[in-house]
Structures are given as C-alpha cells and as structure tokens.
Design a protein around this ligand. Sequence first.
Ligand code: HEC
Length: 137
Amino acid sequence: MRRKRTAVLGALGIAVGLTGPLVRATVSLDLTDFNDDVMREMDDTMKRLDSNIATRDPTSVAADAQSIRDGLKWAQDYFTKKGNVEDAVKWAKQGQDLADAVARSAQSSDFETSLTTYDSLVRTCRACHDAYKPPDI
Ligand code: HEC
C-alpha cells in the first residue's frame, strides 16, 4: 500500500515537472495591483454585446463596444506601465480596434461582420489570458 502511494505521487511529480513549463509559458508578473473588476465587467459586457448583435441593435452594440474599449484601454495602460510586455499591450490595442470595428459594422447594419469581428475580439482576450492570466486553481 505504502509503496504504491509513493509511486503515484512520484509519477504526479514527474508529470507536473514535465508539463508545467511546456503547457504554460506564463510569465511571472506581479498582478497584485491588477483590477479584476474591469475584467469581470468586460466579461458581462461581452455577453450583452453578443446578444445585442444577435438582436440587431446598433445603439446598444455601440454602447457595449465603447465600454469594452474603456476596459481594454485600462489594460493597455496597465501593461504599458509594467514594461517589457509588448505583446500584452499589442493585444489590448488590437481589442480596442476590433471593438470599434464591431460597432462600425453594426452601424451600417452589417451584423455578419459584427459577429465575425466579435469572434476575433474574443480571441484577443484569450491570447492575453493564455500568456498572462495565472491558471485557475
Ligand atoms: C492585455 C491582456 C488582457 C486582455 C486583452 C484581456 N485580459 Fe482579461 N485578464 C488579464 C489578466 C492578466 C487577468 C488575470 C488577473 C489576475 O489574476 O489578477 C485577466 C482576468 C480576466 C478575468 C477573470 C477575472 C477574475 O474574476 O479573476 C475575466 C473574466 C477576464 N479577464 C475577461 C476578459 C475579457 C472578456 C477580455 C476581452 C474583451 C479580456 N479579459 C481581455 C489580461 C487581459
């Protein structure tokens, strides 16, 4: 019994040791001053934005897009101040451009384009999370 337990723990240790650095190339960043509320609000807004595109409501889409831009602008400034994380700054900027494009296409009633642009925006959120968001425990 005892021996088996040790073997299992040993295997786990090896697995963690091997996959940790390979799977997660998370740069260790001090995020204690990061504002999670901004992110959570963006998450809620993204859900609203999705349904406002679906119901073809350009006015609400524009308001949501503006709110996402504000959140991403905060992230851009945050990572700019951190320094040495140019890719994060780039994603935050890209996201603002995409949010803008979502609103513009909705304004001209091209909701198909709004939706594909929305998908690109989601990928921008993910790109930064994959690199800088600590894994959930
Ligand atoms: C430039 C980088 C970056 C971009 C772009 C970004 N995020 Fe984040 N986000 C982070 C980081 C870093 C964390 C982790 C913060 C922490 O753990 O303190 C995070 C955390 C979160 C969380 C979890 C908050 C919590 O409760 O702990 C949510 C939800 C979230 N982001 C949503 C979004 C959405 C939606 C977008 C796109 C519209 C987005 N993020 C774009 C960097 C980014």
